[in-house]
Write a protein that binds this ligand. Structure first.
Ligand code: GLN
Length: 480
């Protein structure tokens, strides 16, 4: 009731929640309360969780903030949803996001943009901006987001909350609507590191429905937050503190590191020389995967479908106009127009095209074009093939670094949250937001954002710890 009250007070201005399950949540809360009284409740009893609108919950919308899925209802539960329910979490509703998780500001959405609860003239970050804002505004205890290039950690940084991107394969993607399958990770956004650890214990683990999910045992993550060990080696990569980083954020993180050193941590200067290729590599590989994943939205099996009658009528009109032209034409011109008539798309192809044209937003179309281009014969080796090699070099940099250190520290984002509208016309500027987060996705390692301070402009900023694959325990320890 408390969370519903907060939503009713402030969601109009923040717009993090796009669909609220008020009655179901209250009913469920009653049932969980009964189990708590009986002593039979699950581990997450008392946790109220909001869900990014691209994780399937049976019978609920899962729009990906896209017109193409505006009328879509999930027919099954994602594995993470089943696991949350099994442990008695209360699911509250669906949260705003950038369309198909493409973006860094939660402005690419069929809903209005989400506003940052700290200052509503600012973006909350993205693409899990609704998930970060919902936690920051105290609309829920925690939320689920997804991180393909930084989409949990960057909005967590902008909104001043904790955001965890687990190791690739630690959490099942079954029931997550795909953006870039070799990068996508589901993870929690929370108020505290401990809540992130508790949630990961529930979310993590093998799932026979996702053959990239790991069968490694799930550790007791909570223990790492209970008596944290300050005696750790923290790698400080020079490349992450250079040009482009806000001076106050740099200083703020340095002073946090000095404190950690005083309490027993060892700071180790390290190098990650290939990080400078991270953004370019990601935007080749992720768009390639996206162009393939998004091919399934054809308006036929599900999702938005253009009006077939209109399609047929338009086609007929064009055919007739062409036939008129053919009548009047002569010689070569006549042959050319005849061929054009032969080559006209069938109504079904027209239907695909129109459905996709109407269904996808500008950023998604940009990615489909980029991705299709880098996968085309003749360009594949030059772009896609090369990017895969660079991905391996980035991974190797991390593997080498983790031979020496337990965790690596960095800023999460180069600046604090920017003004709504400021970057919307400039995709490259928008892409640069992920400069510090994207390498972890390329390497498949885990990372966490924790609030690190408040800037003199009044906005929060975060710092990131990264750890090697399946070393979330080290992240929780350092973060705590
Ligand atoms: N901002 C990045 C992008 O637009 C990352 C998105 C994400 O992590 N889902 O691709």
């Amino acid at each position: 009731q408390n969370y519903i009250h907060n939503i009713e007070q402030r969601n109009d201005e923040i717009n993090a929640v796009v669909s609220l399950d008020k009655d179901a949540a209250l009913q469920r809360a009653g049932a969980v309360q009964d189990r708590m009284d009986e002593g039979t409740a699950g581990k997450l009893a008392g946790m109220v969780v909001g869900i990014k609108d691209l994780i399937c919950e049976k019978g609920k919308q899962a729009t990906c903030a896209s017109n193409i899925l505006a009328n879509f209802e999930s027919v099954y539960d994602a594995t993470v949803i089943e696991r949350l329910r099994d442990e008695d979490a209360i699911l509250l509703g669906r949260l705003n996001m950038d369309e198909f998780a493409m973006g860094s500001s939660t402005e690419n959405t069929i809903y209005e943009p989400t506003h940052n609860p700290v200052d509503i003239t600012k973006v909350p970050g993205g693409s899990s901006g609704g998930s970060a804002a919902a936690v920051a505004a105290d609309f829920c205890t925690a939320s689920l987001g997804t991180d393909t290039g930084g989409s949990i950690r960057q909005p967590a940084s902008y909104c001043g909350v904790v955001g965890l991107k687990p190791t690739y394969g630690r959490v099942s993607r079954h029931g997550l609507i795909a953006f870039a399958s070799s990068f996508d990770c589901i993870g929690p956004l929370t108020h505290t590191v401990k809540d992130a650890a508790i949630l990961l214990e529930t979310l993590a683990g093998f799932d026979e429905n996702d053959n990239t999910s790991s069968s490694r045992a799930v550790p007791n993550y909570r223990q790492f937050t209970e008596s944290p060990d300050a005696n750790i080696r923290i790698g400080v990569p020079e490349e992450y503190f250079g040009e482009g980083l806000d001076d106050e954020i740099r200083e703020g993180i340095r002073s946090q590191l000095a404190e950690l050193e005083e309490s027993g941590a060892e700071l180790v200067p390290i190098h990650l020389p290939h990080m400078k290729y991270g953004i370019a590599t990601y935007y080749i590989l992720a768009t390639a995967e996206a162009s393939s994943n998004l091919a399934r939205y054809d308006g036929v099996r599900y999702g938005h479908r253009a009006d077939i009658k209109e399609v047929e009528a338009d086609l007929k009109k064009e055919e007739e106009a062409l036939k008129e032209q053919i009548k009047l034409a002569e010689g070569e011109e006549k042959v050319k127009l005849g061929a054009q008539l032969e080559d006209m798309d069938s109504p079904l192809i027209r239907l695909y095209k129109k459905s996709r044209t109407e269904g996808f937003g500008t950023e998604v179309k940009r990615r489909i074009m980029l991705g299709t281009y880098v996968l085309s014969a003749g360009y594949y080796d030059a772009y896609y093939g090369k990017a895969q090699k660079v991905r391996r070099l980035i991974k190797r940099d991390f593997t080498k670094a983790f031979e020496e250190v337990d965790v690596i520290v960095s800023p999460t984002a180069p600046t604090t949250a920017f003004d709504i509208g400021a970057n919307i016309e400039n995709p490259v500027q928008m892409y640069l937001n992920d400069i510090y987060t994207i390498s972890a996705n390329l390497a498949g390692i885990c990372g966490i954002n924790i609030p690190a301070g408040t800037h003199s402009n009044g906005m929060p900023y975060g710092m990131q710890f990264m750890a090697d694959t399946f070393e979330e325990g080290k992240l929780f320890n350092a973060a705590r």
